[in-house]
Design a protein around this ligand. Structure first.
Ligand code: R5P
Length: 292
């Protein structure tokens, strides 16, 4: 078995290859003068192969590279190819919110399968049922809540875990179980045109408590900044944020610290200054399962 890394996930692929005691092979990548991408697996492959490639920015380019890498790995001789996409982009567009829109996650998942993937492992995809809905190949969604909570173990006084919206509540529940804390969720709405986030006032008892927010993605930071301001107004003592994918568009981190958040921690699905928790172990287990 070989682990193939592209430039989008070199660190995580290296950890994975060590955990699985497998050889790490790095794909050659270049861009032609007209902007087209080129990728090559530098030698013949045989047996099971794991390809690791995350879809953080520039996500469109990386998606194209993913399709090229899948085709290259199969063409180089991989008998079974497990594709690990630590951050699966476009997953928030999981339905036609407005008439005429695509179901982007479905379009991308189908393309990965059609390119030749024999199994797919993702980490904390926005809506896990998207995988069952759009794939026929074996798949796993790794939820790295224990890892994230582990970072905060022993650091919080009288903690409560909050999700910024109802959709993220399952993550907060798992985190609260791990911490032995209470949990709840806030009511978030987003203007679908301007993108502005509003957190509706809600009676949640955070008075004097340390609040840990748990979410899948921090993009602009608008959601967690608004949520932090709300709980600080309600009397929270300190506010922390844990997320899986730290996309951190422009000044997102500054926005979060300015809103009063003490510390932001994320996983290594997307490289960032706050990506301090590794998903490598859970991804290794999931990859073994899909190839068993
Ligand atoms: C949305 O449903 C997601 O779970 C995140 O809450 C959202 O993507 C965060 O985006 P931002 O940081 O831009 O508010």
């Amino acid at each position: 078995m070989t682990v193939i890394a592209t430039s989008s996930s070199l660190g995580l692929a290296a950890k994975l290859s060590r955990l699985l005691s497998r050889e790490l092979l790095v794909a050659d990548e270049k861009v032609f003068p007209d902007g087209e991408k080129y990728l090559r697996i530098p030698r013949k492959l045989e047996g099971d192969v794991i390809l690791v490639h995350s879809l953080h920015q520039p996500q469109d380019e990386r998606f194209l590279q993913l399709l090229l890498a899948v085709d290259a790995a199969k063409g180089a001789g991989a008998s079974r190819l497990a594709v690990v996409v630590p951050y699966f982009a476009y997953a928030r567009q999981d339905k036609r919110f407005l008439e005429g829109e695509p179901v982007s996650v479905g379009a991308l998942l189908r393309a990965v399968e059609a390119a030749g993937a024999d199994a797919l492992v993702v980490v904390d995809i926005h809506k896990p049922s998207s995988l069952d809905e759009w794939l026929t190949i074996p798949h796993r969604n790794v939820l790295p809540i224990k890892e994230l909570v582990g970072y905060f173990q022993g650091k919080l006084r009288d903690p409560i875990v909050l999700a910024p919206d109802k959709g993220a509540f399952h993550r907060a529940q798992l985190a609260a179980q791990s911490l032995g804390a209470e949990c709840d969720y806030l009511e978030k709405s987003r203007d679908r045109v301007t993108g502005e986030v509003r957190i509706a006032p809600k009676s949640v008892n955070v008075d004097g408590k340390d609040v840990l927010f748990v979410d899948d993605i921090i993009s602009t930071g608008g959601t967690l900044a608004a949520a932090a301001k709300e709980v600080l107004t309600l009397g929270a003592r300190r506010v922390y944020a844990a997320c899986t994918h730290a996309l951190l568009v422009s000044s997102a981190l500054d926005k979060l610290y300015a809103a009063g958040i003490e510390e932001v921690v994320a996983t290594d699905t997307v490289p960032s200054p706050v990506s301090k928790v590794s998903v490598a172990k859970s991804v290794a287990e999931a990859t073994r399962e899909v190839l068993s």
